[in-house]
Design a protein around this ligand. Structure first.
Ligand SMILES: Cc1ncc(COP(=O)(O)OP(=O)(O)O)c(N)n1
Ligand SMILES: Cc1nc(C(=O)O)sc1CCOP(=O)(O)O
Ligand SMILES: [Mg+2]
Length: 349
């Protein structure tokens, strides 16, 4: 029986490794996403580490490909795939199934290896979901690049006037970010903003509510933005209607990685420069933006002190989206300031 166990484990390790390689190729060459490709590669290495704890000689000795009664067993669906995305989904499913099989049989000879395989299996579920959903997450914000954080400090009429004027200027995502308004006021400003946005012709701008999933749900906003101190992404996802957008603030590559793998629809990346709106002790700055641009294909908005004067430095990092407050709020002519930012962003596309 031990030979049979090693034979199953040998076949499973091969299937899992091949599956990870297939996922890595899809992330790398079809999605152009270095982070997800690295993730698949990391799991392949974790698998090799787990496998190396079993005697390789026994694994190879148990291999008997010519004597395998299953090599001719195939379903008709295995020979055709609609698109590379279907290849990746099938590879992920195969990895997960083979991991479960390996984990169960490894329990007979090495509970420690079984535990490692279980961990890899859970990480594979997360990676598979991130890879499968990435194209849709990218498409939803594909042509949106100017994101304005707005508040209600001057009252509701002024808030709505500003919203309409900035939308005319080219803002395509708004965030209601106001730490002073009461819950009732946030709800009323958010609902009024949604009514105004729904009346706009063509592809209307989106409304995101800062910090508060409950307010976003109540006023039927397009989504919510959460920082590192608010509710975790997974909890917010469970609360929000299925089509909602969820954005996450990130201040380091590790936080961005967690947000991408966790299913965020976009990330905010900053602070880039000192800001008139919020005080910071640390500035991941332009180097962080370069890292994000090189590795992450999920929509990423640079944030923090960005204005028309320093926008080129942001664009030189490869980042093509920005989120701003003061650049519009403190401008003498906010609509024109938005239009100027929009034009610079469009030129860089
Ligand atoms: C687009 C975008 N990016 C980052 C933030 C900052 O969120 P957070 O760190 O939670 O800080 P507050 O905005 O809540 O003060 C954001 N709001 N939007
Ligand atoms: C709210 C906020 N969050 C940031 C982050 O880096 O997470 S920077 C920032 C302030 C954005 O406004 P302004 O364009 O005026 O600097
Ligand atoms: Mg917040």
């Amino acid at each position: 029986m031990t030979t049979a166990i090693y034979r199953i484990l040998d076949a499973s390790f091969n299937r899992i490794g091949e599956g990870f390689r297939t996922l890595e190729d899809y992330a790398r060459f079809a999605l152009n996403d270095a982070l997800l490709a690295e993730s698949a590669k990391g799991l392949r290495h974790d698998l090799a580490t787990a496998a190396s704890q079993l005697p390789r000689r026994e694994l190879l000795a148990a291999r008997d490909t010519p004597g395998d009664v299953g090599t001719d067993l195939q379903t008709s669906g295995e020979q055709t795939r609609a698109a590379p995305a279907s290849v990746a989904v099938a590879a992920a499913t195969r990895c997960q199934q083979a991991l479960r099989s390996a984990e169960e049989y490894a329990k007979c000879i090495s509970p420690n290896v079984a535990v490692q395989l279980e961990k890899i299996r859970y990480q594979t579920y997360t990676l598979a979901a991130a890879i499968e959903t990435l194209p849709d997450r990218c498409n939803r914000l594909a042509d949106r690049n100017l994101y304005a954080l707005i508040n209600g400090a001057d009252g509701k009429d002024s808030f709505l006037k500003n919203l309409r004027s900035l939308a005319e200027g080219g803002v395509d995502i708004f965030q209601l970010r106001d730490k002073q308004l009461s819950d009732r006021e946030l709800f009323e400003y958010g609902s009024a903003a949604m009514t105004a946005l729904r009346q706009m012709p063509g592809q209307r701008p989106l409304l995101i509510i800062n910090d508060r999933a409950d307010i976003a749900i109540a006023c039927q906003a397009d989504g919510v933005h959460v920082g590192q101190d608010e509710l975790p992404l997974a909890s917010v996802r469970k609360m929000m209607p299925p089509a909602s957008l969820i954005g996450v603030s990130t201040h380091s590559y590790a936080q961005a990685e967690t947000a991408v793998l966790g299913g965020a629809d976009y990330i905010g990346c900053g602070p880039t420069f000192p800001s008139q709106t919020k005080t910071f002790d640390e500035f991941p700055g332009l180097d962080f933006l370069k890292q994000i641009a090189a590795s992450i294909s999920l929509p990423a908005f640079a944030i923090g002190g960005i204005n028309q004067e320093n926008l080129n430095q942001v664009l030189q990092t490869g980042i093509r989206r920005i989120a701003v407050t003061a650049a519009l709020q403190s401008a003498a002519a906010p609509q024109q300031a938005a239009a100027a930012l929009k034009q610079s962003l469009s030129k860089a596309q």
